[in-house]
Design a protein around this ligand. Structure first.
Ligand SMILES: [Zn+2]
Length: 219
């Protein structure tokens, strides 16, 4: 994790620092080596947040686009279940950055738990996803905030049933490629694709504390 509590403050890992987990309250040690990004790890291996995935530089770069106080926030459900949201805004809107593989059941659980959320997925992890996407001619003519059906087939199929917006970061310039459901009021329920500049999405969320797909009629 990027943050742990130390003397009641959220602090980043520095060599030999000690801290307390923001989620389970157990002891954390600072891992500050050369191989991985500096992070906090539980001193004793224990069950904390089972949804937590080891952070990559990709995670850190994304989190750091948002205010520090929104990064790694413990979110509670009514029945007391708790998980650490990668980003949770002042309005309770959650962004989950997903690098590793995730099972359909965990995907659904997380969407149900947070409800008001979007995914941002590392589209470069699987070469076949990236190749499929870049072989699709449409992606080159993408325009910001363009919604259509044309590019759906270029996006990884396993996310198509997601109940919340999913944005893929294929590491191509500064674009995101989104998959949004139940969006077109004319055509009825179903997925559409949207293209967006990373900065646009980040600014929209930072300014308003949330993000909602526009409802426009598709041609
Ligand atoms: Zn913990």
């Amino acid at each position: 994790m990027k943050y742990a509590y130390s003397q009641n403050e959220r602090v980043e890992a520095t060599p030999k620092a000690q801290g307390i987990c923001i989620c389970c309250g157990s002891e954390m040690i600072a891992k500050c080596g050369n191989q991985k990004i500096w992070h906090w790890a539980h001193k004793n291996r224990r069950q904390c947040d089972t949804w937590w995935e080891n952070e990559t530089e990709w995670h850190r770069n994304w989190k750091d686009k948002f205010p520090k106080e929104w990064q790694e926030v413990v979110h509670f459900s009514d029945d007391g279940e708790k998980h650490i949201a990668d980003v949770k805004t002042r309005n309770g809107f959650v962004i989950e950055f997903q690098h590793s593989a995730i099972s359909p059941s965990e995907m659904a659980s997380r969407e149900q738990f947070y409800t008001n959320m979007i995914w941002i997925v590392d589209g470069t992890r699987l070469l076949k996803d990236l190749q499929r996407f870049t072989s699709f001619e449409h992606w080159q003519s993408y325009q910001s905030n363009r919604y259509d059906h044309a590019n759906l087939r270029a996006l990884p199929k396993r996310w198509i049933n997601s109940s919340v917006p999913v944005f893929f970061d294929f590491g191509i310039d500064d674009w995101l490629y989104g998959l949004i459901h139940q969006y077109d009021p004319e055509a009825g329920n179903g997925p559409v694709s949207v293209t967006m500049k990373i900065d646009y999405l980040v600014h929209a969320i930072t300014n308003s504390g949330a993000w909602q797909a526009q409802r426009v009629k598709l041609k």
